[in-house]
Write a protein that binds this ligand. Structure first.
Ligand code: 5RP
Length: 234
């Protein structure tokens, strides 16, 4: 499980298991194969995505890519590697977006937001023709479990938390859009029912449950290779 820390972090824990590290790298290597010259590319956030960024920057045609970033940390890293980052709204529809995840279930429900960037990540994923998720094998779960990340409007946040209960804020974590970052900690059950309930909660900006219809493909780094799991998005 990713550490639920500051918004938009790109780094992995210093004591990361070398097997997990290699699985993240393998998934990133598989994803870079999907990037073509001239594409408009959505850049994700997190330590798995951080392995992909330099691979994109090494592509011969990287200067012709037009990228939108899901977090200030990714934007800064991408620019420092020579990638062209533009506001999402100047790019129209993206050809592809690639991002990490905290959990992936067999039906391709995905949980994101361990790094607190799930609101922008969901907007970028929705703006992309293809949304590709890259994960190490430890992110694969039989059933989605709490925590499910949430971003909340600061006004009346105690009421919103009481409605969501059990839920808690991540101390000092604020999104780049001014939302308070936290986690829903109650039972998940059917992810679609929970996603509907969370979306209908007043004061909740966005939650980290991504339905299969938002996901084109998951690239799972496993020992011995990369396994592909199809989502329900073309
Ligand atoms: C950030 C995210 C990340 O993609 C997710 O938390 C996975 O991070 P990592 O690759 O570091 O485990 O959703 O909001």
């Amino acid at each position: 499980m990713a550490d639920h820390g500051a918004a938009g972090r790109l780094s992995a824990p210093p004591d990361e298991d070398p097997i997990v590290l290699e699985q993240k790298r393998a998934a990133a290597r598989a994803a870079v194969e999907m990037i073509r010259a001239g594409m408009r590319v959505g850049l994700g956030t997190g330590s798995t995505f951080a392995h992909l960024l330099p691979l994109i920057a090494e592509l011969d045609f990287h200067r012709g890519l037009r990228c939108a970033a899901t977090s200030p940390a990714t934007e800064a890293a991408a620019i420092s590697l020579g990638l062209r980052v533009e506001p999402l709204d100047s790019l129209g529809e993206l050809d592809i977006a690639v991002d990490g995840a905290d959990q992936v279930d067999p039906r391709t429900w995905v949980v994101k937001g361990g790094g607190g960037a799930h609101t922008r990540e969901k907007i970028v994923a929705a703006a992309a023709t293809r949304f590709v998720v890259i994960v190490s094998a430890d992110k694969v779960v039989e059933h989605i479990e709490p925590p499910v990340p949430v971003e909340l409007v600061p006004f009346g946040v105690e009421h919103t938390l009481a409605t969501l209960s059990p839920a808690q804020l991540r101390e000092g974590c604020v999104s780049p859009d001014g939302g308070l970052l936290g986690d829903y900690l109650g039972p998940v059950g059917d992810p679609r029912t929970l996603a509907g309930r969370l979306s209908a909660t007043a004061g909740l900006v966005e939650h980290g449950l991504f339905p299969p219809e938002m996901v084109s493909e998951v690239l799972i780094g496993e020992q011995g290779g990369v396994r592909r799991q199809e989502g329900a998005k073309a």
